[in-house]
Design a protein around this ligand. Structure first.
Ligand SMILES: [Zn+2]
Length: 481
C-alpha cells in the first residue's frame, strides 16, 4: 500500500476488508506507541484504530484516508509511531501573504503527512502581519510597502495587510483540530525594518525609514541597548502571546548586522559594560533577556542559530539550525539543548528543484555531524521552510513546496532505515489525488530531480537577477560538494 510517511510496520493477512466493515476507535494503553503512535487493524468485517491519545487516533485516520484511495483495503495490521517529536513547515507571510483559505489548505496537507507544527513567520523587513491594537502604527505603517522589488519581480503597486485577531484565531483553531501547533515568529532584533518604520525611536539612528520593498539583510535593526526597545518588545510579546496558545514562541535572531550598534553611543557603552568587544555579545544579551521573559510566561523560546554567535545561550532554548558553518547548533545539542533542523541547502523549499532536488532534500540526515551519539536525541525534529520573496501566488507556492514538504514530513516521521527516495516518489504520486482534492498542485515528477547540467543552468537562471555571480558560485560549490 502506498502511504506517506511510510509506517514503521505493516503485516498483511489474507483477504480484503468488506464493504460494510465497521470502524471503531479505541484509546488503549501501549507505551510503545508514545504520544502520537497508532495501530490500525483491518479484518474482513472491521477496521479498528487504536492509540494512547487523540493525536494518535487522528494520525491513524490520516493513514486510513490514504488507504481509502484503493478500491479495496487488505486485511492487515499497521503499527506506526514517529521518529521525531517536532515535525513542521514554516510559512513566510511577511514577504507575501496567503489567504486564510490558502493557509487552511496547507494545514490540511500538513495533517495528511503528519506534521504537527506550523511555524508562522509574521514579521520581517517587508511587513508586519499581526493586527496590533496596542501599537496601531505597526499596521498603519509597518504592514504596508510601496512596491515589490524582489529580484526580477517589480511592481509599482502598494502591497500589504495583516491578519486580524479573528483570522489568527480561526487558523489556530483549524490547526488545533488537526493536532498542529502554530508557532508564531517575531524576528528580533534584525529583520525589523517594518517595526522601525512604524516606531523609529526603537532603532539606533531613530530616523524614519520606509518598509523594505527588496530582499536582503538590512542595516537598520533594533537598538538593543535601549530600555525603551526592551519595554516595547515585552509589550509586543504580551500582545502576541495570547493569540497563540502554543508553548513554543520563536523570536528569530537571524542575519543581524551590527553596523548601527557600532556607531550608536548607547550600544557602544552597553558593550563596554558587558566587558566584551564583539558586537554579537549585544545580540546575546538582548536575546537572553527575551528568553527569560518568555520563560517567565511559560513559553519555550526558539531562535535561529545565529543567536548563538555571541556565546552559549540558555539550554531551555530551542535552536533552529538553517545555515551554521560554525556549528553552534551542534554545540548547543552537545550541551543538552534542543535543536530543530531546517538546513538551508536541503530543506529550504523556496529554492528551485535545480538547486535542491527532491532526492537531496529526502536523503539529508538531520542528525548533524558532530553531535555525540548520546546527544542525538536533542535533535527534536525537522522543518521545511518556505520564504516568499519570489512566491506571491498559491500555485507557485504549492509547486515549490510539494513534494519536498512531504519528503521532510517523511524524514520527520519514518525511521531512518525505512527511508528510500524512489519508494517515496511512487508513494507520493499515489497520494497526490488527496492533495489535488484540496486544490494543491505539486510540481510534476519530471521536475523533481533534474540532471546535473540542468541543475547548473537552472540555478544560474534563478540567481541571475538576485545575487552576484561570486555568491552564486560559492553557493553552488557547497551544494554540489
Ligand atoms: Zn543602539
Amino acid at each position: 500500500m502506498h502511504i506517506v510517511p511510510i509506517p514503521s510496520r505493516i503485516i498483511y493477512y489474507d483477504g480484503n476488508v468488506g464493504q460494510n466493515a465497521v470502524i471503531t476507535k479505541e484509546i488503549i494503553t501501549d507505551a510503545s506507541l508514545g504520544e502520537e503512535g497508532y495501530i490500525i487493524r483491518t479484518s474482513l468485517n472491521s477496521i479498528t484504530l487504536c492509540a494512547q491519545t487523540d493525536a494518535g487516533l487522528f494520525y491513524a485516520e490520516k493513514t486510513l484516508e490514504q488507504l481509502r484511495l484503493y478500491s479495496s483495503i487488505p486485511c492487515m495490521e499497521i503499527k506506526d509511531s514517529p521518529a521525531f517529536s517536532y515535525r513542521g513547515f514554516m510559512l513566510d507571510s511577511a514577504r507575501h501573504m496567503q489567504s486564510v483559505d490558502e493557509i487552511k489548505k496547507l494545514v490540511d496537507a500538513a495533517a495528511l503527512f503528519k506534521f504537527n507544527t506550523m511555524h508562522w513567520h509574521l514579521s520581517d523587513d517587508q511587513g508586519y502581519r499581526i493586527e496590533s491594537k496596542k501599537f496601531p502604527l505597526l499596521n498603519e505603517k509597518g504592514s504596508w510597502r510601496e512596491s515589490d522589488n524582489f529580484g526580477s519581480m517589480h511592481t509599482g503597486v502598494r502591497y500589504g495587510g495583516y491578519y486580524t485577531h479573528e483570522e489568527i484565531s480561526e487558523i489556530v483553531s483549524y490547526c488545533k483540530e488537526r493536532f498542529i501547533d502554530v508557532v508564531p515568529e517575531i524576528d528580533l532584533p534584525g529583520h525589523t525594518t517594518a517595526i522601525i518604520s512604524a516606531y523609529p525611536h526603537l532603532s539606533c539612528r531613530k530616523e524614519q525609514i520606509p518598509v523594505q520593498t527588496k530582499q536582503g539583510i538590512f542595516e537598520d535593526v533594533l537598538c538593543v541597548s535601549s530600555e525603551e526597545t526592551l519595554e516595547f518588545v515585552y509589550a509586543l510579546l504580551d500582545e502576541v502571546m495570547p493569540l497563540f496558545p502554543s508553548e513554543r514562541f520563536h523570536i528569530g535572531g537571524d542575519e543581524v548586522k551590527f553596523n548601527r550598534w557600532k556607531e550608536c553611543p548607547e550600544c557602544r557603552e552597553k558593550l563596554k559594560k558587558l566587558g566584551k568587544d564583539n558586537y554579537a555579545a549585544l545580540q546575546s544579551d538582548f536575546t537572553a533577556k527575551l528568553i527569560s521573559y518568555l520563560k517567565s510566561k511559560g513559553k519555550k523560546p526558539t531562535v535561529w542559530n545565529e543567536s548563538l554567535a555571541g556565546g552559549d545561550i540558555d539550554r531551555d532554548t530551542t535552536v533552529q539550525m538553517w545555515l551554521d558553518g560554525k556549528k553552534h547548533s551542534v554545540r548547543h545539542a552537545n550541551r543538552a539543548g534542543k535543536v530543530i533542523v531546517s538546513d538551508f541547502y536541503h530543506y529550504y523549499c523556496d529554492y528551485p528543484y535545480h538547486m535542491t532536488p527532491l532526492e537531496k532534500t529526502y536523503n539529508f540526515n538531520p542528525i548533524l555531524k558532530g553531535i555525540a551519539p548520546v546527544m542525538s536525541k536533542n535533535v527534536i525534529g525537522v522543518e521545511a521552510p518556505l520564504w516568499t520573496e519570489y512566491i506571491c501566488d498559491f500555485d507557485k507556492l504549492c509547486y515549490m513546496f510539494f513534494p519536498r514538504f512531504a519528503a521532510v514530513a517523511e524524514v520527520g516521521w519514518s525511521s531512518r532505515e525505512k527511508l528510500d527516495c524512489r519508494s517515496f516518489e511512487r508513494r507520493f504520486n499515489a497520494v497526490t489525488p488527496l492533495l489535488e482534492k484540496r486544490g494543491i498542485k505539486p510540481a510534476p515528477p519530471s521536475h523533481w530531480n533534474p540532471t546535473l547540467p540542468e541543475r547548473l543552468i537552472g540555478t544560474i537562471g534563478f540567481f541571475k537577477d538576485k545575487i552576484s555571480i561570486s555568491a552564486l558560485t560559492n553557493s553552488f560549490n557547497s551544494q554540489i560538494s
